[in-house]
Design a protein around this ligand. Sequence first.
Ligand code: NAP
Length: 261
Amino acid sequence: MDLGLKDKVIIVTGGGAGIGAGITRACLEEGARVVVLSRLSENVQHFMAEVEAAKQPCVLVEAHLDDTAQCEKAIAEIEQRFGAIDGLVNNAGVNDGVGLENGTVDRFIESLRKNLFHYYALAHYALPALKRSKGSIVNISSKVALTGQGNTSGYAASKGAQLALTREWAAELLPHGIRVNAVLPAEVMTPLYKRWLETLGDPEARLKQITDKIPLGRRMTLSSEIAAATVFLLSPTQSGHTTGQHLIVDGGYVHLDRALT
Ligand code: NAP
């Protein structure tokens, strides 16, 4: 199946690790040119070395996305280097555990800065280019937007707002032929997830407890499975009439009868 992404310029925020790296790989497999928009960590360095060794059309544009000025500068740089933006995948984020009781208002705002403001900033700054290309936006949200988690108000508020903005932007951008959709993962093994597990006593037992509750296959979702849904939603040929959707890729974790697990 041709997804029509060959030579398209796709920005993947946090595209050098975890779910983002899965999305980058899937876009490259479709022949797209990928801009990994991320800060530079050891994980990102390894990933970029791997794609460079494979001579893939993938570049890193370094930015700390919690700084809006860096978001604006990065989009200008990408437009100048590539002359177009065909897709924006808003993916970078962190479940930073700023709770209602354990948090502070300042930490809550900081959490929105880490998880939400750059989703808006990048879509805002990339909009003129997306209008020219009739491009597509995919927002990576989370099951936490629907189920809550406890002790993570900033992250939950951000993930919920990403779903609202997906509908809002899908409506606002209809006249421009720009489609906007969201993908909601639940449990995916990534560097972020590993760090979170390690904060718990007996991470192995906790992981088993979690996977035992995932109806389809009693296993974690793979990054490649989130990526497959994302490239479908980016595809102008295969999802050309799909907009404003929230696609939950979670092995039935959120919706299926609890009696099944
Ligand atoms: P991850 O393993 O931490 O990978 C995210 C990448 O984005 C990392 O390279 C990280 O940099 C980078 N990044 C994060 N914030 C950034 C910022 N402000 N500026 C620049 N770069 C930034 O995370 P993940 O688990 O793949 O999560 C990706 C997305 O999926 C997030 O939106 C998350 O909420 C969502 N999600 C994940 C799960 C899950 O089970 N993993 C479940 C539901 C939703 P560093 O390498 O320096 O950390």
